[in-house]
Design a protein. Structure first.
Lengths: 273, 190
């Protein structure tokens, strides 16, 4: 905690332009209208079966309008099976309802909803819609950009929509949880722009927490990440997430995330001149 | 009988005047603009604005100043510049217009406060200006809502009593200037 705020304070001090294309969470800002994006992400963790487990996610992102955007994704993993197999599909949509812009700064607020379908039978308390469970999630995001520093917080409610009755008798499961996050992003390079082709380098630090609503359990993770942006259209993200405190039954207390994302501007047909 | 030299000179002068008049009328449109976008710092964000502006049919060329989030737009000759379409493109990219300065060349035109001027296919309403004659290249700033900061817009609101300033649409106040109601009026200052 103290480490996080020290880093945040440092980022404030050197604050000069910055970034909110977070690796572990979504900002309140939307992608451009009529833009499309393609993302591949891999999550790696050491599970309780003594081997490295993997999840591969493919996501399509669409900017429906300047206020609406949606993600559709699917995932494959070997986290609940012996080999990698298809496990889930997910839809996410976000609506930006406040946007206050100033030169090199902005404040945005957005509401989002998410639905997922998964074939897995999760035996953990951690609620996750990235492939682990069938469920629904809704929440709000507030994002503030201050030149090179961007701060964002998310508060959401997640409900598991999965029938897990076959596991009763072992222990009772979590079905409802409150998730929260606080994210900071900082544009480290370039110090001065000279073109769209220049590679940008961003540093991120996110705090990701969850608290079960139907039993006494929760966790708080810290997630540092780095991001390269090539040609102003391709992102490469590398992140590591680890638990700093918690008593929730989880698949793993730490994981690696690597993702690559490409944005295609004006991919959808325009109605205006 | 006129002296042939005087005749020749007069013909020459007349030609020069005609050429000048022609070039002025051909240039009677907005030739370029400087746009500053707000709400962004990243090059990826600026690229979204750039790509959107590039899609406008009347834009010839764009130069970007990434550090200042500014775009220099050159417009094609003999096309009408749709000022609202420029704003819409910036907003579709997810950002806003902070400053829009339009440049055009003028023959002798008298500009007065609260006066309308049809220029390059758009109707402009001058606010916060002294009565003056403009000629040659002149840059004017759009001060309508969503083209400038709310603070700046408010500052100019105190300088005009005309109701069209609030909406950007011709209102009862504009009728006496022979402008049709509900047509778009861009409020500008020099």
């Amino acid at each position: 905690m103290r480490f996080f705020f020290t880093l945040l304070g440092l980022a404030w001090l050197v604050s000069a332009g910055a970034q909110e294309l977070y690796v572990f969470s979504e900002p309140a800002s939307n992608m451009p209208a009529r833009a499309a994006g393609l993302k591949y992400a891999a999550k790696l963790l050491d599970g309780d079966r003594g081997r490295t487990e993997q999840r591969h996610m493919i996501e399509m992102q669409l900017g429906l309008s300047k206020k609406w955007m949606t993600h559709v994704s699917t995932s494959f993993s070997d986290m609940y099976s012996n080999g990698v197999r298809w496990e889930s599909a997910r839809i996410y949509t976000k609506y930006r309802f406040i946007s206050i812009d100033d030169v090199h700064r902005h404040f945005r607020a957005a509401a989002f909803g998410e639905l997922s379908y998964s074939v897995n039978y999760p035996m953990y308390d951690e609620l996750s819609l990235e492939g682990d469970q069938s469920g629904a999630r809704a929440g709000v995001i507030l994002t503030q950009l201050l030149h090179k520093l961007a701060l964002s917080s998310t508060l959401s409610y997640t409900a598991s929509l999965q029938d897990r009755i076959q596991h009763i008798g072992i222990h009772s499961y979590t079905y409802n949880a409150l998730n929260y996050s606080l994210s900071a992003g900082y544009l480290l390079f370039p110090r001065k722009y000279n073109g769209y082709g220049q590679t940008n380098f961003n540093l991120y630090l996110e705090m990701l927490g969850s608290r079960a609503l139907d039993k006494q359990a929760g966790f708080l993770d810290l997630a540092p990440a780095v991001q390269f942006i090539f040609s102003s259209n391709t992102k490469l993200n590398l992140g590591y997430r680890f638990q700093v405190s918690g008593d929730m039954e989880r698949m793993a207390e730490s994981s690696f995330l690597i993702s690559i994302e490409r944005t295609f501007l004006n991919a959808l047909k325009s109605k205006s001149p | 009988m006129r002296h042939p030299l005087i005749y020749f000179m007069m013909k020459r002068i007349l030609m020069i005047i005609m050429v000048c008049a022609l070039s002025f009328s051909a240039d009677a449109q907005i030739s370029s603009a400087k746009l500053q976008a707000s709400g962004l710092t990243c090059a990826m964000c600026a690229r979204a604005v750039y790509k959107n502006l590039e899609a406008l049919t009347f834009v010839e060329k764009i130069d970007t100043d990434l550090n200042g989030s500014s775009f220099l737009l050159d417009f094609k000759g003999e096309t009408t510049v749709d000022i609202d379409a420029i704003r819409k493109k910036v907003e579709d990219a997810g950002f806003s217009v902070a400053v829009l300065d339009l440049t055009g060349s003028f023959q002798e035109v008298t500009v007065k406060p609260d006066q309308h001027l049809t220029y390059g296919g758009s109707v402009f309403h001058f606010v916060g200006v002294k009565e003056q004659t403009v000629r040659g290249d002149k840059t004017f700033r759009v001060i309508d809502k969503h083209f400038t900061s709310a603070k700046e817009h408010k500052k100019f609101q105190g300088m005009t009593s005309m109701e069209c300033f609030k909406t950007g649409l011709a209102a009862g106040c504009c009728k006496k200037n022979g402008v049709e109601q509900v047509s778009r009026i861009y409020h500008v200052t020099l």
